[in-house]
Ligand binder design. Structure first.
Ligand code: FES
Length: 164
C-alpha cells in the first residue's frame, strides 16, 4: 500500500515539473521511507528452513539439533551449544583446524562447495584427517543435507599452536 502511494507521488512530481535536484531529493527521501516501511512491517518474517543434524561426540554420545539451512556447522554448534572442547577456536577465519569434522561418504558427497586451497591447507594440520574430512566452519547446510551425521574426531589440533 505504502509503495503504491509512493509510486503515485513520484509520478505526480515528475508530471508537475519539479526540478531535477528536487526530484532527486524526493527519490532519495522516498527510498528511505520505503526502507522504513519495510523494516517496520508487522508481517511475520519467513522462517529459515531447518534440517536435522546429528553430532557424534567424542564420548560416544549423540546430539541431534534442528539446524538452519544456510548456516555453517560452526554456527550450528555455537547456536545449539553443542559441547565440543576447543571447537572453532579461530571463529571461522580458517586459521585453526579445530572445527575438523568427519562425514559419512554419502553426506560428504552432498556438500555443494568443494574445499578451497586454504581449507585444504588447514585440514592437513587437523587431528585424525580422513578422506571425508571437512572444516565445519566452511560447510554450509543445504536442504539436501537433511539427516546429516557428523563425527567429531577424538582429538583436536589447533594449527595456530599445536595439539590442545
Ligand atoms: S574455526 Fe578455525 S578453521 Fe574453522
Amino acid at each position: 500500500m505504502a509503495f503504491r502511494l509512493l509510486s503515485r507521488i513520484l509520478r505526480a512530481s515528475q508530471k508537475s515539473g519539479l526540478s531535477v535536484s528536487s526530484f532527486s531529493k524526493l527519490r532519495v527521501s522516498s527510498h528511505y521511507l520505503m526502507n522504513a516501511c519495510r523494516l517496520s512491517s508487522s508481517a511475520p518474517k519467513p522462517q529459515k528452513e531447518t534440517i536435522n543434524v546429528t553430532f557424534l561426540l567424542r564420548d560416544g554420545e549423540k546430539q541431534e539439533v534442528q539446524a538452519k539451512v544456510g548456516d555453517n556447522l560452526l554456527d550450528i554448534i555455537i547456536e545449539h551449544d553443542v559441547d565440543i572442547d576447543g571447537f572453532g577456536a579461530c571463529e571461522g577465519t580458517l586459521a585453526c583446524s579445530t572445527c575438523h569434522l568427519i562425514f559419512k561418504q554419502s553426506d560428504f558427497d552432498k556438500i555443494p562447495d568443494k574445499p578451497t586451497d586454504e581449507e585444504l591447507d588447514m585440514l592437513d594440520l587437523a587431528y585424525g584427517l580422513t578422506d571425508t574430512s571437512r572444516l565445519g566452519c566452511q560447510v554450509v547446510l543445504t536442504k539436501d543435507m537433511d539427516g546429516l551425521e557428523v563425527t567429531v574426531p577424538t582429538g583436536v589440533a589447533d594449527a595456530r599452536g599445536g595439539p590442545l
